[in-house]
Design a protein. Structure first.
Length: 174
């Protein structure tokens, strides 16, 4: 299940149900993106072609990536707030990624003060504060809590054998 969750209203704005063998990034083109909005993605959504589409419509994204993202920095911020390890703007260096996303990206590295874990957030929002970018991702936790509630109350949604029935029920409720 792929969702667009409105953090402010605490409601689902969009749901796209796919079988479990469909990669997360394949659902990205189905999402109705809006100009000026922020979209927060976890590791499975590192599809630079789809991220470029989001950028082209004037929306913003924040993605948590693994350590293997390669961005060649062109500018750095030197005065960093507490917890921010690095804040640089540049371009992707891997051949395919740079073709899929030819624009500028900001690579923000933030450290969790509780356990020292570092998180890497590429974003196309070049002007927002590091604190805002970090808090946008932290607010993603409300989405995780939402899914926890779904799993507790609607466990059949996550039963693979019931996928067709769940999709039929969802489609008929629209």
């Amino acid at each position: 299940m792929h969702t667009l969750y409105d953090i402010e209203a605490e409601v689902l704005a969009f749901v796209h149900v796919t079988p479990s063998n469909i990669h997360d990034s394949k659902a990205m083109p189905e999402t109705p993106y809006e100009s000026g909005a922020h979209y927060i993605f976890d590791c499975g959504y590192n599809d630079f072609s789809n991220l470029h589409t989001i950028n082209c419509i004037g929306a913003f994204f924040v993605v948590r990536t693994k350590t293997n993202i390669r961005i060649k920095p062109k500018t750095w911020k030197r005065r960093l707030p507490e917890g921010v390890v690095s804040d640089a703007i540049g371009g992707l260096t891997a051949y395919k990624s740079s073709k899929d996303y030819p624009g500028k990206l900001r690579k923000l590295i933030v450290e969790n003060p509780e356990d020292g874990t570092q998180y890497i957030f590429p974003t196309n929002n070049l002007d927002a504060s590091a604190e805002l970018i970090s808090s946008l991702y932290r607010n993603r936790w409300s989405v995780e809590l939402f899914f926890k509630r779904i799993k507790q109350h609607l466990s059949d949604l996550f039963d693979k054998s019931n996928f067709k029935n769940v999709k039929d029920r969802y489609d008929s409720s629209i």
